[in-house]
Design a protein around this ligand. Structure first.
Ligand code: ATP
Ligand code: LTN
Length: 325
């Protein structure tokens, strides 16, 4: 039997290179070897305010990005989280075995509650519990994510073990899967923070829908470190980040890039990097634009039908073990 992977992205904001390099690129590499399920996590997106019309549109867009990025619906199930109601049902149950301090520790919660300090709702606080439900419903072995999500997988593991201990073996304890270099693409305007959809400035990220001129402008404006040398080092986080992007898109080792540009100027390196990004985005966007919305809806419908029986069986087992008649 193939091992199972599960992952998801929220339909909020603009998907960027960090999402592609940290998540989707790895999904595509793994989908042949694993039984794969990729979810558009709309119920997670509403933990911060969303406009209904935009949410509707973004949900389809994210699914299209999965497809344009190379997720193959023949191999992998692609579906929308809210279409399989067992996710919220299991989340409620897991809430009852989750301790408040476990959630209070979460970095993402701390960050988001600062960003949205007028709307720190219970959903935002319970976000990791819903994510645990997503993962545990499907006996997931491996969860491919960017490094920022590892803390949420840790709490998922804790909840799985706790439930198993209290009620008997029910859940598979999943492992995170983080590719080293893709782990954390940092903001172009601030290499101390991750590239983020919800960043205030569009100069933080390269959106997967940016046109060539926008890419050139953003890379030109990307912050660099004080001294002029092109070196791959933790002391030079801005250049290191740009080298990482280059390296992942072109499949060349960071050290080789360092060798090529060692005695060259930032401007030359940046020009080449911008063209590399454009070279990736052009075919990606072409594919994206060719995908028909009706076709996406059909794929999402089939995806939900494919995963639903597993979710139903797992919920039945959970309820029985807990004494819910
Ligand atoms: P936000 O910043 O608004 O919270 P996000 O950009 O982190 O959103 P998510 O939907 O939370 O997007 O994440 C989707 C996937 O992309 C996750 O697997 C996450 O780890 C990965 N990811 C997001 N940002 C980066 C990044 N900068 N570098 C690498 N991976 C990332
Ligand atoms: N919290 C994740 C998105 C997400 C997810 C999941 C990822 C929701 N449920 C299950 C992997 C597995 C994020 O990227 N912010």
């Amino acid at each position: 039997m193939k091992k199972r992977i599960f992952s998801g992205i929220q339909p909020s904001g603009t998907l960027h290179l960090g999402n592609y390099l940290g998540a989707i690129k790895n999904w595509v590499a793994l989908q042949d070897k694993y039984d794969s399920t990729f979810c558009v996590v709309d119920l997670h997106a509403i933990t911060v305010p969303q406009k209904p019309a935009e949410l509707r549109q973004k949900t389809i867009e994210v699914a299209k990005i999965y497809l344009a990025g190379g997720v193959d619906p023949e191999k992998s199930a692609i579906f929308v989280q809210s279409h399989v109601s067992e996710h919220t049902e299991l989340a409620w149950i897991l809430n009852t075995i989750t301790k408040l301090p476990e959630l209070e520790r979460m970095t993402q919660f701390k960050d988001k509650s600062q960003q949205h300090n007028q709307n720190i709702n219970a959903g935002l606080f319970n976000y990791p519990v819903l994510m645990a439900a997503d993962i545990l419903l499907y006996d997931t072995d491996v969860v491919p994510v960017g490094e920022d999500q590892v803390q949420h997988i840790e709490i998922t593991r804790t909840l799985a073990r706790r439930f198993n201990q209290m009620f008997g073996e029910t859940f598979t304890v999943p492992e995170p899967y983080v590719v080293e270099e893709g782990m954390r693409i940092m903001g172009l305007d601030d290499p101390a923070k991750k590239m983020s959809k919800s960043a205030e400035s569009a100069f933080n990220y390269i959106s997967l829908t940016d046109d060539p001129d926008t890419v050139r402008e953003k890379i030109k404006k990307a912050v660099t470190d004080s001294e002029k040398e092109i070196r791959y080092s933790d002391e030079k986080p801005a250049i290191k980040n740009l080298i990482n992007i280059y390296s992942l898109l072109d499949n060349i080792k960071p050290q080789e890039i360092e060798d090529i540009y060692r005695d060259k100027r930032y401007s030359e390196f940046k020009n080449d990097l911008a063209e590399t990004i454009i070279g990736f985005l052009e075919p990606f966007q072409k594919k994206y634009n060719e995908i028909d919305d009706g076709e996406v809806r059909k794929i999402l419908g089939e995806g939900a039908e494919k995963v639903r029986p597993m979710a139903e069986n797992k919920m039945r087992e959970v309820k029985e073990k807990m004494g819910l008649i």
